[in-house]
Structures are given as C-alpha cells and as structure tokens.
Design a protein. Structure first.
Length: 648
C-alpha cells in the first residue's frame, strides 16, 4: 500500500510540531552548559522518555526487526534477561550515580579528572572515532527504510568510479538537515524536548500497531506457521533455538555482561548523562527510562514476528508475492534482510496507521540523529580540540566551534552512508565499531569511579588492548568476506574477548603502579561537596534499615520515590524469578510446546497493557517536567565559565 494524503498529512503535522517545539527552546540556549547539558535542569520523566527514544532510534528498531524476524519469539526470552539486567543497573545506580556526582559534561572530562589531560585527549579521540564510525551507517539505514516504506524508486547514477542512489541521497540530506536544524536551535534543550514528543508518539503508535496485528492474524494460525521452523531453530521455544547462527542465547549472555561492563561508556547520549538536576534525579530518570524500555522494546520485538507470519500465511499470498518481488529486486542480501519487515508492514497497515507508523519511525530517526550528532560533535571540541589548545575559548568562539564540529559529523555520516557497502547485520556492525572504544572503556570507567588504585598506565593498557582486538576483528572480517566466507567468530564474541583482556590488563598494570587516588574529590563528596547539587550525600556507614540497604534506597528517596521504586522493582523481581525458574525447570524437565503457545499470547497481552499505561503516565509526567525545565532555565544563575574545562 502506498501512502495516501492522510498518511502524508500525519507525517507533515509531526514535522510542524517538532519545528514549533524546537523554536520555543531557542530563547533558553545562552551558554555552553545550556547547549551541552541543558544547564543540568532536566527531570526524571523527561530524561526517561527522551533518552530512551534517543537510545532506541530508527536504526535500532530496524536492527531489531532484522534479528527478531530471523529468531522469532525465542529471542525475546533472552532479550528479557537483558532488560532485567538493565533495570538492576538502574535500581542500584551502578556507575550512573557516581558519574553524575562528578558533574562532568562529557566522559572524557571525567577521565581527565580521574587520570590526566593526555589520557582525556587519547580517550576522547577513541570515543570520537568509534562513535562517528558507528553513526556512519545511521543515515543510510534510516533513509533506506523510508525509501522502501514510501515505495520510492531506486535511481542509480554514475560519477566517475562512484555509483550511488540519488533518491537515497536526497532522503538522507533531508533527514540529516532537519536533525541538524533542531540541534542548532537549542542544543541539548531542543534535542531533549523534541525527543520527548517523538518518544511519546512512538510509544502510542506501536501499541496501536500491535492491536491491529492481533486482530489481523488469528493466534492459532500464527502458532502453526511459527512451528514449521527446522529442528534447533524454533521461533517459539527459546531452548530449542541453539542452532540459530548469530542471534541465540550466547548473543544475549555477552550483551548482559557488556551492559554491566560498559554502562555510561557509550557516549551517543552523552548530553543526557549530565543533564539531570542532581545525581538522585539522574538515578530516577534511569529507572524510569529502563522501565519504559522494558515495555517499549518488547513491542518492537513482537512486530517482526507477525511480519514473518504474514508473509507465509495463505490469506496474504497476493501481498506476499508483491513483497517478494520487491525484495528480490535488492541485490545486496544484507539489505534484503534489513528491509523485509519494513516492506511487509508498508503492504499490510491501513491508511492512517500507515502514516502514524511512518511518523513514529521518523521520530525515532530524528531523535537519534540529532542526539548523536550533538554528542560526537561536542566530544570532538570538548575532549580533543580544547585540551590540545590548552586554554579556554571565548564563549561565542566555543559555540561556533561546537556547531562547526556537529556539522562535520553530519557531513561525514552522509558521505560514509553513501559510499560504505554494508555486508553484515546492523547489530553486528554496532558490535564491531563499538569494540574500538567499548572493549577497554568499561575497565577504565568502573576502575576509575570505584577503585582508588586504578592507574593511568592501567587505563592506557585497557584501551590499547581493546583497539587491538577491534583491528583484528575488522581485518579478519574483510579477509574472510573477500573469499566469500563468513568469519567463524562474530563481532559479539570478539567484544567479549576485548572486555576480558582489557580488564585483566587494567588490573595488573594498576597493581604494579600501586598508587591511591582521592575518590571523594572526584565525586564531590565530604569537604568537596557542591551545594548546588541538591541530592543528599549518601553515607555508606550510616545504619540504614536492612531492606533499604538491599534495595539501594537512601536518604534522597521521598515517599513517592519509594512507592514507584518498590513497585517497579517488585514487578521486575517477579519477572526475573519467573524467567530464572522457567530456565531451570526447562533444563530439568523440558516444557511442552503447548506451554510456549499459551505463554507468548499472555506475554503480548501483558506487554501491551503495561505499554499503554506507561505511555500515558510518562507523557503526563514529562509535560510537567518540561514546565519545570523552562521555569528553571528562566531563573538559573548562568555560569559562563562552566564550559567543560577541568580546573586543577
């Protein structure tokens, strides 16, 4: 089905609302702190929704479509384990709390405080390279989605030895341009407010799509088709899917380890990391964001499974024929897999919902693109140019360089997307490019925030080890691909190897150096406490009740905070126990197929209900946070010296 006037009107209305919202934020953007971290005025609901959609993004949705179309419901079981691990991180404040206590605008600024300026420059360079390469395919993946979703043609042109699709290039220019416009208008303030609007729309639209698909496809028919997969590749029973090549239980075991290891290391959302009012609000925002992710991502996981069934159901044979014809016209097998769910949805969704889905995906795309361009461009100036320069910029000069750097990231992403041939799954590309930085980053951050003996030599050793593994991965992938073969160790496993090796190097070199660091000074605790940070300092030696020690609740929690915190953690604990019990029981006494047929039905109903309730709740809370944000930005005492430099 092609988009009609109603569908295009919905998309146009969204763009108009976003431009209006971005323009409203422009008046509040005055200082570097406003541009980089919204002057640290953001509340929990605003952070939870905005950072969530910025972290999800259209490219991640498409990557999930790609993975779950191949693996089905089975992968959701292990994916839930990852979400539960994320919530444990949020509830404990692991890394997040201490990161905000440092008041660092960027991670590399924190690393200068903890290690030294040379290490800040080195790490900033690695963060920038890894991030911009990772971001390099975002415009192409997003633009290609809209090209096939809208039924636009592929028109290849030849300029010298280069061949590229002019339609794809035009879509990329439009999408990058509007993302750049929002970033320039109000910096992190505009990014955060527009991301909130986009995140809210995304939540409601995916609820509507799931409801439509449930009515469209009888449950018994869905189960029958999913049951036809070969032995060892079940799309229903997660314990009968071990032969699925890339996306199996090991993919998610490594993902869980990586979550604890690299929390706050990936700087694509770095503007949000320092934007909270205080450390406690950052912790609550992370809790809210991960609760939203638990429901939002499950909705995204479900859609490609229904798409898989629709393509194989006899009632949709005519639609399936048209879809297959369109997919076979794509010569690149990787792009065929990437676009399958998109093409199916564009053929089955009705007028209105089709436009809403397009608007939701546009929201996801813009929210990530403006956030990532803001992050990587800011990091280049704040963590490479300024430390190398050795002295402060004037305010206006620094703002000009920030915008110029962000523009440079945008231009690079356009050219890279246009010219780079993508031959792997999106999630595997993420793992490959991310390893450049993430391989050693976790050891450096966790060791720096929690271990007084963490040393400069240990930090260098960890990052260099991560780089070595990343280079080996890239070179061997290319050698095997040139021979028409698939490298036997995928990028996810090589990331795991990098984490283990880097951590070992960090610990050994730090113990050899054997020096102590003043963590109280880094975390602004004790005699170094800053009054503007309104969170009550946590005193680990205070005799708190046992239940508060277990749950991580401290003096900063109001009654309402405790109620929300305990409700969320209680529900998540129940889910976690259910998953663990289900895994143990299945290992002893394999659960019958009939159990999984019923389980996934109830899972979808529960997920849909929680998503709908959470969407309304967070929308209302976020509106209130935006009012408070603007009120605080009007009255806050702006410090023009607060520009991300470290004063020793």
């Amino acid at each position: 089905m092609q988009l009609g006037y109603i569908d295009w009107s919905i998309i146009a209305f969204l763009i108009a609302v976003l431009i209006w919202a971005a323009l409203k934020t422009n008046r509040y953007q005055r200082t570097v702190a406003d541009f980089l971290v919204a002057n640290r005025c953001a509340g929990r609901y605003l952070l939870g929704v905005s950072e969530g959609i910025a972290g999800l993004g259209a490219i991640t949705v498409i990557a999930f479509f790609e993975a779950y179309y191949e693996a089905g419901f089975s992968l959701i079981w292990w994916g839930l384990m990852v979400n539960l691990a994320m919530v444990v991180i949020a509830l404990t404040g692991w890394v997040v709390y201490r990161y905000r206590e440092t008041r660092a605008m960027t991670l590399a600024q924190l690393l200068e405080k903890r290690y030294n300026k040379r290490f800040r420059i080195f790490s900033g360079f690695l963060i920038f390279i890894s991030g911009t390469l990772n971001f390099g395919i975002f415009p192409a993946v997003g633009a290609r989605f809209f090209q096939y979703f809208c039924g636009l043609p592929v028109i290849n042109i030849h300029i010298g030895f280069l061949t590229f699709d002019i339609v794809l290039a035009s879509i990329m220019i439009f999408l990058i341009g509007i993302s750049l416009y929002f970033t320039f208008l109000g910096g992190q303030i505009a990014v955060m407010v527009t991301d909130f609007i986009q995140g809210t729309l995304f939540n409601f639209v995916f609820c509507a799509i799931i409801i439509f698909l449930l009515f469209k496809m009888p449950w018994d028919d869905l189960i029958n088709i999913l049951s036809q997969r070969p032995q060892g590749q079940s799309m229903l029973n997660p314990f009968m899917a071990a032969q699925t090549r890339n996306f199996n239980v090991w993919f998610y075991i490594i993902q869980i380890i990586g979550l604890f290891y690299s929390i706050r290391a990936w700087q694509g959302n770095q503007g949000y990391f320092g934007a909270a009012i205080n450390a406690h609000e950052a912790r609550m925002g992370n809790i809210f964001g991960l609760w939203r992710a638990l429901t939002q991502q499950c909705m995204v996981f479900i859609v490609p499974v229904f798409a898989y069934v629709l393509l194989r159901h006899f009632s949709f044979s005519e639609m399936a024929s048209a879809v297959n014809e369109q997919l076979t016209s794509i010569s690149n097998p990787s792009l065929q897999k990437q676009l399958t769910t998109t093409v199916i949805l564009s053929s089955v969704l009705p007028v209105g919902l089709l436009g809403a889905f397009g608007a939701a995906m546009l929201s996801a795309l813009i929210s990530t693109d403006d956030t990532y361009m803001h992050s990587w461009g800011s990091i280049f100036v704040q963590d490479i140019i300024m430390p190398l320069r050795g002295k402060k910029f004037k305010h206006e000069k620094q703002m000009s360089y920030l915008k110029l750097s962000i523009t440079g990231v945008a231009v690079f992403s356009f050219l890279f997307s246009l010219l780079f041939p993508q031959n792997d799954y999106v999630l595997m590309y993420f793992a490959m490019t991310g390893t450049i930085w993430l391989g050693g980053a976790g050891a450096v951050i966790i060791g720096g925030l929690y271990w007084k003996k963490g040393s400069v030599s240990g930090a260098y050793g960890a990052l260099i080890t991560g780089i070595i593994v990343a280079v080996i991965n890239f070179v061997f992938q290319r050698i095997w691909n040139a021979r028409g073969l698939e490298f036997p160790i995928n990028s996810q496993w090589l990331w795991f190897i990098a984490m283990i090796a880097s951590s070992a190097v960090y610990i050994v070199l730090s113990l050899i150096e054997n020096k102590n660091f003043d963590l109280d000074k880094l975390l602004n605790r004790g005699i170094y406490k800053i009054k503007d940070d309104q969170a009550i300092e946590y005193n680990a030696s205070k005799n708190l009740p046992l239940w508060q020690k277990i749950t991580g609740i401290d003096e900063n929690f109001k009654f309402s905070d405790k109620a929300v915190y305990l409700t969320m953690s209680g529900f998540i604990a129940f889910c976690g126990l259910f998953l663990i019990a289900g895994t143990i029981i299945n290992l002893i006494w394999p659960l019958p197929q009939s159990f999984w047929n019923v389980f996934w039905k109830f899972f979808i109903i529960i997920t849909l209900t929680l998503s709908a309730v959470t969407s309304v709740w967070f929308f209302l809370g976020g509106l209130n946070d935006i009012k408070i944000l603007f009120k605080r930005l009007k009255s806050v005492n702006r410090d023009y010296e607060d520009d991300g430099t470290v004063n020793k």
